[in-house]
Every structure is written in C-alpha cells, then in structure tokens.
Design a binder for this molecule. Structure first.
Ligand code: C2E
Ligand code: MG
Ligand code: MG
Ligand code: MG
Length: 291
C-alpha cells in the first residue's frame, strides 16, 4: 500500500500515490508492447543556419502513440523505459528508424542534412552500442558523418565506460554533440576528455537571454570557448525573434526552436519545405502553427 509521511511523522494512506504507482505499472506494461506494435514514432525538428531559413539538419524526437492515451512525450516514458529495462531495445529502434529516414530523405534529394539522435545514459555505457549504430548505418547505406549522437552531461554517469563507447563511435566517423550544455558541473572537464563536434546551449540560457544580462555573458563565453575548441554551437529553444537576433550576434552557428518549427512527423516536414537549388528552406507560412 502506498503511504506518505505526514507533518508529524505519522504515515497515512495516500490513494493518489497508489493510483500513480498503478498507472506507472500499467504504462510500463504497455511500453513492453509498444515497439512490436509499432506505436513508437519519431518526430523531427529542423535545425537551421543563422539566417533561420536554411535547414542544416534535424533532431529526431521520440513519441509514443498510445492506443488509448494518445501521443505521449518522452519525458513521461524515457525514465520509465530506463527503469524497467526497455531503453536498449527502444534506443535501438530509434537509431534504426533515424537511419532509415536519412536514406529516405536522401532518395528525395535532401542529401546534406544531419540527423541527431538522443541517447540515454544506459545506451552510452552499453558496449554493444557502436556495433548497433554500425549495423544500422550499413543496413540503410548511410554515411556515418550524417548521424549526430546527442549526449547530456548527466548521461555521463560512468565516465570511463562512456568514454570508451564514445571514442569507438568517433572512430567510426559518427558525430557527437553535447546536449543541454552549460548546466552540468563538469562541463569543461568533459569537453577536454571527449571527442565532441557540437555543443547545444541549454534552453534555459536562451530563455533568459532577453531579461538577464548575465545569461548573455554566459552564452558569449560558451560560444567563445566552443569556437576555440573548433566546435559547432547550436542554440536550442529559440522562441522569439529577439533571441534569434541576440544569438546570431553572439556568433552561434545554428538554431533550433519553436520560432522556426516544432517537431513534426517526417511527411509533415517534407510538406513544410521548399528546395532552392541545393538549399532546402522552411516555407515562410504555416510551419509554426503545426504542433
Ligand atoms: P532535448 O534533446 O533537449 O530536446 C529538445 C526538447 O525541447 C524537445 O522536447 C523539443 O520538442 C523541445 N523544444 C524544441 N524547441 C523548443 C522551444 O522553442 N521551446 C520549448 N519550450 N521547447 C522546445 P521533447 O521532444 O519533449 O523531448 C524532451 C527530451 O526527451 C529531449 O530533450 C531528450 O532529452 C529526450 N528524448 C527525446 N527523444 C529521445 C530518444 O529517442 N531517446 C532518448 N534517450 N531521449 C529522448
Ligand atoms: Mg537533444
Ligand atoms: Mg536539449
Ligand atoms: Mg533537454
């Protein structure tokens, strides 16, 4: 029975806790079938150059189309998948599906895009990860440099095991990005130890950019340091034109955020773009409105 501790130290029965636990258990059971039943799907959010127009890549973001609950966001089930031992098969599906999509877009002439895939801590410690990535690249005839694996500082819990895996991926030619950069305590230390290609500045800094001058100083410092290390700097969570202007002034290389486009299914993304020679641009209208 679910219990929680009251003010005066007594334990009392809390029905909402039990309901929560039961719901989680049910969700975990449903998740076991989600891969086989094809309920998982990837949405894609474009990443743009400083102009905010030309697409340079996309980030794959996992969605679960639950048969009765509707679309579930990763924050509700990734942690659960990690705890119940499902993150490895789910992560493997994500990698394969992302590679399949790269090959699909390439067949449509959209050749220059990079595809970013988020990894969980458990995947990064998993010594078979490089083989899984290699097999997916082979299966879909995708060049390794097209794939960008996003890791966060908090996913690097076991540094030594993670570094070995990341170095093997790096030797294969896959790109590595540090996601949500700037919030971890060991940011600078990690950068020195890891073969990283890209830094994604955490949305928290971008959000505060207009109101707090200190965040502008932090972002400027991150960009300056990243450039010294020859890294590509991406700003995530760009929501306003003012943020976009500040970030391009500071010298970020690319941008991601609702100002430009929301994450969306592959076919909707294709409807939202127009090709102009080798450049692929977002159409000016209708993109921001799509959820
Ligand atoms: P993330 O990798 O930092 O992804 C960015 C998140 O910010 C996405 O949320 C995206 O929809 C959202 N976002 C993008 N632009 C804006 C904006 O302008 N404003 C705001 N407020 N939000 C914006 P989403 O898709 O719910 O994903 C949340 C997190 O779940 C991701 O954060 C990532 O850590 C994790 N995740 C997503 N897909 C996967 C996956 O396939 N595997 C693993 N292990 N984790 C995943
Ligand atoms: Mg990410
Ligand atoms: Mg992020
Ligand atoms: Mg995040």
């Amino acid at each position: 029975r679910a219990k929680s501790q009251g003010k005066n130290g007594y334990w009392f029965y809390d029905p909402s806790l039990e309901a929560n636990a039961r719901e989680l258990l049910q969700l975990a059971q449903d998740l076991r079938w989600a891969v086989q039943r094809n309920e998982l799907t990837l949405y894609y959010q474009p990443k743009l150059d400083v102009s905010g127009e030309t697409i340079v890549g996309v980030e794959a973001l996992l969605r679960w189309g639950h048969p009765t609950r509707g679309l579930i966001l990763p924050e509700r089930f990734i942690g659960l998948a990690e705890r119940v031992g499902l993150i490895l098969p789910i992560g493997e599906w994500v990698i394969d599906e992302a590679c399949r999509q790269i090959a699909n877009w390439r067949s449509m002439g959209l050749t220059d895009w990079t595809m970013a895939v988020n990894l969980s801590a458990i995947q990064i410690r998993h010594s078979a990860l490089p083989d899984i990535v290699y097999a997916a690249l082979e299966r879909h005839a995708v060049a390794p440099h097209c794939l960008v694996l996003e890791i966060t500082e908090s996913t690097m819990v076991d540094m030594d095991a993670s570094i070995q895996v990341i170095e093997r991926l790096h030797r294969m030619g896959v790109q590595i990005a540090i996601d949500d950069f700037g919030i971890g305590y060991s940011s600078l230390l990690n950068l020195k130890r890891l073969p990283v290609h890209e830094l994604k500045i955490d949305r928290g800094f971008v959000r505060e950019l207009e109101s707090r001058t200190s965040d502008e100083a932090i972002v400027s410092a991150i960009v300056a340091m990243g450039k010294t290390l020859n890294l590509r700097i991406v700003a995530e969570g760009v929501e306003t034109a003012e943020q976009h202007a500040l970030l391009s002034g500071i010298g970020c290389h690319s941008m991601q955020g609702f100002l430009f486009a929301q994450p969306m299914p592959a076919d909707r993304l294709v409807e939202s773009i127009e090709q102009d020679g080798a450049r692929v641009r977002l159409k000016r209208s209708g993109v921001n409105a799509s959820a």
